[in-house]
Design a protein around this ligand. Structure first.
Ligand SMILES: CC(C)(COP(=O)(O)OP(=O)(O)OC[C@H]1O[C@@H](n2cnc3c(N)ncnc32)[C@H](O)[C@@H]1OP(=O)(O)O)[C@@H](O)C(=O)NCCC(=O)NCCS
Length: 196
């Protein structure tokens, strides 16, 4: 059953919220890696926007957006010709899931990012069955491939105005479809490291 949340506050975190945010992220993913990702995003100054949700002064959800870069295939670590946005992580405390808290924190984070960067695209890597409700569509048919490889409809994109009009990567006329690679920022290197 879905219960609505009347007393939920969604806001940017401040430094005093950091431990609570990390607790929620670690609990949602049942792994320390995503929490370490958030710590590294903070340490690197790589957050574009972030929002937490709190209920009765307890942090129950968190979402962040950081930069991604667009490069030609084969040149992922060299020249990039555009900077866009990537949504990750999104976490709701396990006991608070299915109450629309995820929807609220994601929508607030996306709105804030597009207010800052209305011209940018926003990518997400996750379950399309979930993210389609936020206007995301599969990115690969649009010509964008995640640097980790092809993941079908799990790699998704949207523009500020949703649904996104079908279009080739707008950033570089001479780059052919399916030759552009999307790279998350350095903090995501955490997923290449051994879990602690
Ligand atoms: C995914 C997550 C953020 C959703 O938060 P939430 O507050 O439970 O979501 P909401 O209440 O806004 O939405 C619930 C709806 O999403 C659906 N949903 C939740 N997770 C889903 C998933 N992985 N795939 C498809 N649908 C999903 C629910 O079935 C429900 O569907 P309904 O609207 O038809 O009833 C939360 O479950 C979570 O933190 N999961 C663990 C971490 C994670 O996987 N994060 C996303 C990584 S990309």
């Amino acid at each position: 059953m879905t219960a609505t949340v009347a007393s939920l506050i969604v806001r940017p975190p401040d430094r005093g919220d950091r431990a609570g945010v990390l607790d929620v992220v670690a609990a949602a993913f049942e792994s320390s890696q995503e929490a370490r990702l958030v710590e590294r995003l903070w340490a690197d100054g790589s957050i574009v926007t972030e929002r937490l949700a709190e209920e009765s002064a307890r942090i129950v959800a968190y979402a962040a957006i950081s930069p991604v870069t667009i490069s030609r295939a084969g040149d992922e670590r060299g020249h990039h010709f555009a900077t866009e946005l990537g949504l990750a992580p999104v976490a709701v405390s396990p006991r608070q899931q299915n109450r629309r808290i995820g929807a609220k924190v994601v929508n607030a984070t996306i709105d804030a990012a597009f207010q800052q960067h209305p011209e940018r695209l926003l990518f997400v890597l996750g379950d399309h069955a979930y993210y389609r409700r936020f206007g995301f569509i599969p990115a690969e048919p649009m010509g964008y491939r995640w640097e980790g490889g092809s993941v079908g409809d799990a790699f998704q994109v949207r523009a500020r105005t949703s649904p996104m009009a079908p279009r080739a990567p707008r950033t570089h006329g001479s780059t052919e479809l399916n030759q552009t690679v999307v790279r998350y920022c350095d903090a995501f290197g955490i997923f290449d490291e051994e879990p602690t």
